[in-house]
Ligand binder design. Structure first.
Ligand code: AHR
Length: 510
């Protein structure tokens, strides 16, 4: 145990911006075993399902209160033609998923199956339109198919396929990765294209769409600049809503700054772990920098910033299809997620949505399904989402860490304690991480402004950073009660084990 207690000061009555539940969003792409074998097994599968959708997956995700689900990609979105995925399943045309594994896609999971999934999950759909290889008309028709209620041709086509009432679709992605899979465009060229496509994504009836133009990755600020400039050049500058209401960015975390240096998901040493934590923490800095560019064009913060894909990204698990992006998920991934979420809470004034890449069996998934037995496994990252779910729609609170150990990692000074907090009417939630793998950390929560009536702590840790869950050992990394929390003259005191993530729920009720 580190002898010096670190003080975390929280003013419980000084609330900041809303931490939208959409910061806990998800992403399902037609990639590897995310949709097929992950969400979708088909009605005839021996795996218990609801109209072809895995029952256990729905249960596990509902327990996270997942607020939204992005689909059908990713890069796949820019080669997806929605009309291939409607009507009787056996008659649907096939296609080649050329981005992911070069496999044949039979389109058995399409628009109706996705909307059914969202309804079962009680999650809001985030449909990503095809700007790369689709037409403006195709996108316009898809919106009509989904959301119109009158006797318009697309609404009638939907009814002919078995769905009477229109759906609500609050989020619409305009393309994906303009610099790559949407056509290798320059930022300015893509911004013009996004304006044109978004113009035809209409609001029908009571359905109001937030159109999200695809932006840049990591520190590629040219995309944010170009997308915001294009908005300023539109009626947006005269007070109108502009063709799109949000722009996105992408973030992938490795154990270095460079994408090509992706390490192994499990075979890593302590130095690589620390480098990963530096990169996880850097996510907040990148969000803040993109935000600053947006502030210049949009000081009133009318345009949302959406981190439409974030994850750790390791080499694929040996022996699996390199195009399927399956990677194991260890305690290191959970700690990376915890640090990233702390940054999200602090940046909530501009960050309106974030989507984990991806929900099942791809990259930093929260769920794995065994390809042979079908067994469902909750990854360590799942537990961070679950322990943090109380932050959804809370108000951000500043959690100021006074002092605290840090470690030199290359050019960076990495603080070893990370914290964030939110409040609701009668409760608050504090998230704390101790990133040191070799020392526990005493913490004093210096709580001001409101009386704390009760408290409960939970902790996620494991003996090794490489520890992970499998079908045979599903709870190696799983939350347990944190027994060390007790009253202190300043609020509460507690002890964080080495390499741990903890949440402390505070009862502020009368
Ligand atoms: O999430 C996997 C892929 O990563 C997505 O298809 C793409 O948008 C990104 O490069």
């Amino acid at each position: 145990m580190n002898a010096d207690a670190v003080r975390v000061v929280i003013d419980l009555d000084l609330t900041g911006p809303l931490v939208s539940r959409h910061l806990y969003g998800h992403f399902a792409e037609h990639l590897g075993r995310c949709v097929y074998g992950g969400f979708w097994v088909g009605k005839d599968s021996p795996i218990p399902n609801i109209r072809g959708l895995r029952r256990d997956v729905i249960g596990a995700l509902r327990a996270l209160n997942i607020p939204n689900l992005r689909w059908p990609g990713g890069c796949f979105a820019d080669e997806y033609h929605w009309r291939d995925g409607i009507g009787p399943r056996r008659q649907r045309p096939r296609m080649v998923n050329s981005t992911w594994g070069d496999v044949v896609e039979d389109n058995s999971f399409g628009t109706h199956e996705f909307m059914d999934l969202c309804e079962l999950l009680e999650a809001e759909p985030f449909v990503n339109g095809n700007v790369g290889s689709g037409t403006v008309r195709e996108m316009k028709d898809w919106v009509e198919y989904l959301t119109r209620s009158d006797d318009a041709p697309m609404a009638n086509l939907r009814r002919a396929n078995g769905r009477q009432a229109p759906w609500q679709v609050p989020f619409w992605g305009v393309g994906n990765e303009g610099w790559g899979c949407a056509g290798h465009l320059r930022p300015e060229a893509f911004a013009d294209r996004a304006c044109r496509y978004a113009t035809y994504v209409h609001d029908h009836g009571g359905n109001q769409i937030c159109r999200i133009a695809a932006g840049g990755i990591n520190a590629d600020y040219a995309w944010t600049e170009a997308l915001m400039k294009a908005l300023s050049a539109n009626q947006f500058s005269a007070g109108g809503p502009g063709p799109y209401q949000a722009i996105s960015i992408y973030r992938s975390v490795h154990d270095s700054e460079l994408f090509r240096d992706r390490g192994d998901a499990l075979d890593f040493d302590t130095d690589a772990y620390y480098r990963t934590m530096v990169q996880a923490r850097r996510t907040e800095e990148l969000i803040a920098r993109h935000s600053t560019i947006m502030d210049r064009h949009d000081p009133d913060r009318r345009v949302g910033l959406v981190l439409c894909e974030w994850s750790t990204w390791w080499q694929v698990q040996p022996g699996t299809n390199p195009g399927f992006l399956f990677q194991q998920n260890s305690l290191r991934d959970a700690l990376a997620a915890a640090v990233i979420f702390d940054g999200f809470h602090r940046q909530a004034g501009r960050l309106t949505m974030a989507n984990l890449a991806q929900t099942i069996n791809v990259l930093q998934a929260v769920l794995h399904t065994d390809p042979e037995t079908g067994a469902l496994v909750k990854t360590p990252t799942y537990h961070v989402f679950e322990m943090n779910k109380g932050h959804q729609d809370g108000s951000a609170l500043a959690a100021t860490i006074v002092g605290g150990p840090s470690r030199r990692v290359g050019d960076h000074e990495l603080p070893l304690v990370s914290a964030s907090a939110t409040a609701k009417a009668d409760s608050a939630l504090v998230s704390l991480s101790n990133l040191a793998p070799d020392a526990g950390q005493a913490i004093v929560l210096d709580l001001r402004g409101r009386a704390v009536k009760g408290f409960a702590g939970r902790c996620l840790t494991a003996p090794r950073l490489q520890d992970h869950n499998t079908a045979a050992r599903p709870a190696v990394v799983a939350p347990r009660p944190l027994g060390s929390v007790s009253r202190h003259a300043r609020g509460l005191s507690l002890e964080l084990p080495p390499q741990s993530f903890a949440t402390i729920e505070l009862d502020l009720g009368d």
